[in-house]
Write a protein that binds this ligand. Structure first.
Ligand code: SAH
Length: 255
């Protein structure tokens, strides 16, 4: 019986990986990885058989039940099995279902955390998610509901937080805007949409909640976050970027 490591690959840039993750990847006999993980990170598992198992938002992905079964099957035959997930495995990564399958099969496992997209985006745009006197709470949420799941009421937590980061939300930007306005969030709330955080292809859009329905019009195709809150007020941001803060929707390329 082998051991399974659920490892966070970080947000995209291959060098945003922990040393522990790198060491375990080097020892891997089998690697099951998400489609979004950078090829250089996958390549660290030099001796491993590599299996891509999904998942790209909106695209066809390997069914979760199948991934769980595959993980258990592989761990019965190999000593070191790595399940590599984008960002941190414990945030919006369905890790609990994989942990459940491993526990049920009595397979040993260990979790290795990674840098989640919200923190990579915060770093890349140079805006702290908390700020003394302004923001003391942060909500990480997603409006996305799986096909077999019940509707979720994600909005109250977003409205209540000083800063909110929405994962897997850009495709539903108009609904998100409507929902948050209905809940009483100010249309002037500063918003950033950050695509491909930590990668050379990163793009950042500055807008307000009232403009959020325009976000998909900018051809955001990579993974992206919607970030909301007063900390994103352009006038309160780094002066180097302030010149472009007047345009209603501004795209800043960081590359
Ligand atoms: N476990 C991952 C999240 C998986 S859900 C983590 O901790 O980051 C996938 C969503 O994460 C995407 O739809 C997008 O909203 C966000 N995401 C992942 N990588 C990103 C990146 N480099 N830039 C912006 N958003 C990203």
């Amino acid at each position: 019986m082998g051991k399974v490591y659920l490892v966070g690959a970080g947000p995209g840039a291959p060098d945003l990986l922990t040393l522990r993750a790198a060491r375990i990847l080097e020892q891997a006999d089998v690697l099951l990885h998400d489609a979004l993980v950078h090829p250089d990170t996958v390549a660290l598992a030099a001796n491993a058989e590599k299996i891509a198992v999904g998942k790209r938002c909106g695209a066809r992905s390997t069914a979760q039940r199948f991934i769980n079964k595959r993980l258990v099957d592989v761990a019965r035959k190999h000593a070191v099995v790595v399940r590599l997930k984008g960002g941190d495995p414990m945030l919006f990564g369905r890790a609990q279902e994989e942990i459940g399958a491993l526990e049920e099969a009595n397979i040993e496992y260990e979790i290795v955390p990674g840098v989640t997209a919200a923190l990579a985006a915060s770093a890349a745009i140079g805006v702290s998610l908390t700020r003394r006197g302004l923001a003391r709470s942060v909500t990480l949420a997603t409006p996305r509901v799986g096909t077999e799941e019940e509707e979720s009421d994600w909005a109250p937590a977003v409205v209540a937080a000083d800063t909110a980061v929405l994962y897997m939300g850009v495709g539903q930007a108009p609904e998100i805007k409507r929902c948050l306005l209905e809940r009483g969030m100010s249309p002037a709330t500063p918003v950033r949409v950050v695509e491909n955080a930590s990668l050379p292809t990163m793009r950042e859009f500055r807008l307000t909640l009232s403009e959020l329905d325009r976000a998909p019009g900018h051809g955001v195709a990579g993974p992206a976050l919607i970030m909301l809150g007063e900390v994103f007020d352009a006038s309160a941001c780094n002066s180097a970027d302030a010149a472009s803060a007047d345009a209603p929707v501004t795209c800043l390329r960081r590359a």
